[in-house]
Design a protein around this ligand. Structure first.
Ligand SMILES: NC(=O)c1ccc[n+]([C@@H]2O[C@H](COP(=O)([O-])OP(=O)(O)OC[C@H]3O[C@@H](n4cnc5c(N)ncnc54)[C@H](OP(=O)(O)O)[C@@H]3O)[C@@H](O)[C@H]2O)c1
Length: 317
C-alpha cells in the first residue's frame, strides 16, 4: 500500500495537467514536470534538457523548441559552435509569446567556442550569443573545451585559467547565472578550483553505456559539481562501440517497465544522478525522451548496463 501510495504521489508530482489549457486550443495537454537539482551556486537546473546539435537539423530547431516546451522541457542546451542560436532564439520567443512559460521558467545553456578563450574575448562572445538568442542572460555558460584555438582552428597558447577569469566576469555582470566547463578532466577542474574564486557549477561530458565515466563523475560529485551527460544515445550510432537498440539485455529491462530502450538509457543516467540532454527534432521522440520520470532502475540494472563500458568515445579517441 505504501508503495502504491508513493507511486501515486510520484506520478502526481511529475505529471501535472498544464495550467495553460487556454493556449492549447481548448485541449488540456498533459505536460511532464521535470525535477530540478540545486547547483553549487544555489541555482537550480532541470535534470533533463533538450540537446540541439546537428548542422543538418538547424532549420528544424525552432519547431523542436516549441514541441519540447509544450511537452514540459525547460532546459535547452546549445553552443556557439552549433550555429543554431538564432533559430533557438526564435523558438524561445515563440513559447514566451504563446504564454507557455516565462523566461525565468527556462534554463538555457550555451558554450564559449575555442577561438574566444582570451580573457577579454569571453564577455563579448557571450554578448554575441545573447543577441542571437534574443536573451538578456543565459542560465549556464560553459567553456566548450579546455583547449584554445585561433580563428583558423590552429592551436592557441591560452591557459583556460585565463578563460575562466572571463567566465567569472560574465557571472559578475549577470550575463550568465551559472558558469561551468565541458570536456574537462578532474586535474583541469582542480587547477581552476585552486586559482579562482568561482568553482564550476557543471562539467558537461560524454556519458552512455560504452563510456560510463565512473571516476570523473565521482570526482565531480566529491567537489559538488553537477554532471550534464551528452550523447545519451551515442551507442546507437555504431554497433562496434556499444549495444544496439535491439540489445536483448536492455530490451528486457525496457519491457519490464513498459518503456523503450531509449527511455531506459535516459533513466540509466538519471538514476546515476546525471543530467541527460537527449537531442531530437522529431515530435514523437521529443515526447518519448521526457517521459522517463515515472520509473527507476535497480542498482543491478544500472550495473548491467554499465557492463558495456569500453571507455570509448563516439567523438574522439
Ligand atoms: N559538450 C560537448 O562537447 C557536446 C558534444 C556532443 C553533444 N553535446 C550536446 O549533447 C546533446 C546530445 O548529444 P548528441 O546530439 O550527440 O546525441 P544523442 O542525443 O545521444 O542522440 C541524438 C540522435 O538520436 C536520435 N534520437 C533521439 N531520440 C531518440 C529516441 N528516443 N530513439 C531513437 N533515436 C533517438 C536523434 O534523431 P532525431 O533528432 O531524428 O530524433 C539523433 O540522431 C547534443 O545535441 C548537444 O546539445 C555536447
Amino acid at each position: 500500500m505504501k508503495l502504491l501510495l508513493s507511486s501515486v504521489a510520484l506520478f502526481a508530482l511529475f505529471h501535472v495537467i498544464a495550467g495553460h489549457a487556454g493556449h492549447n486550443h481548448g485541449h488540456v495537454r498533459k505536460t511532464v514536470r521535470i525535477p530540478t537539482k540545486q547547483l553549487n551556486d544555489g541555482n537550480h537546473i532541470p535534470t533533463l534538457g533538450l540537446g540541439t546539435f546537428g548542422f543538418g537539423d538547424i532549420p528544424k530547431i525552432r519547431q523542436a523548441i516549441n514541441w519540447a516546451v509544450e511537452a514540459g522541457y525547460r532546459h535547452i542546451d546549445t553552443a556557439t559552435f552549433y550555429r543554431n542560436e538564432e533559430e533557438i532564439g526564435k523558438g524561445i520567443s515563440d513559447v514566451l509569446k504563446k504564454g507557455l512559460v516565462r523566461r525565468e521558467d527556462l534554463f538555457i545553456t550555451t558554450k564559449l567556442w575555442d577561438d574566444k578563450h582570451a580573457k577579454d574575448q569571453v564577455v563579448p562572445a557571450l554578448r554575441e550569443s545573447l543577441a542571437k538568442l534574443g536573451l538578456q542572460y543565459v542560465d549556464l555558460y560553459l567553456i566548450h573545451f579546455p583547449e584554445a584555438t585561433n580563428a583558423d582552428g590552429s592551436p592557441a597558447d591560452i591557459d583556460y585559467l585565463e578563460t575562466w577569469q572571463g567566465m567569472e566576469e560574465t557571472k559578475k555582470l549577470g550575463l550568465a547565472k551559472s558558469i561551468g566547463v565541458s570536456n574537462f578532466n578532474i586535474e583541469q577542474i582542480d587547477r581552476i578550483k585552486a586559482h579562482s574564486k568561482v568553482v564550476p557549477a557543471v562539467n558537461q561530458i560524454e556519458v552512455h553505456p560504452s563510456k560510463t565515466q565512473e571516476k570523473t563523475i565521482k570526482d565531480c560529485f566529491e567537489r559538488n559539481i553537477a554532471v550534464v551527460a551528452f550523447s545519451p544515445f551515442g551507442v546507437f550510432v555504431s554497433r562496434r562501440k556499444g549495444p544496439s537498440q535491439e540489445d536483448p539485455k536492455i530490451k528486457n529491462i525496457a519491457q519490464k517497465y513498459g518503456k523503450t530502450v531509449s527511455q531506459v538509457l535516459l533513466r540509466y543516467l538519471l538514476d546515476r544522478d546525471l543530467i541527460p540532454i537527449p537531442k531530437s527534432t522529431n515530435e514523437n521522440r521529443i515526447k518519448e525522451n521526457i517521459n522517463v520520470f515515472d520509473f527507476h532502475l535497480t542498482p543491478e540494472e544500472i550495473s548491467s548496463i554499465s557492463s558495456y563500458n569500453t571507455n570509448t568515445s563516439l567523438w574522439w579517441s
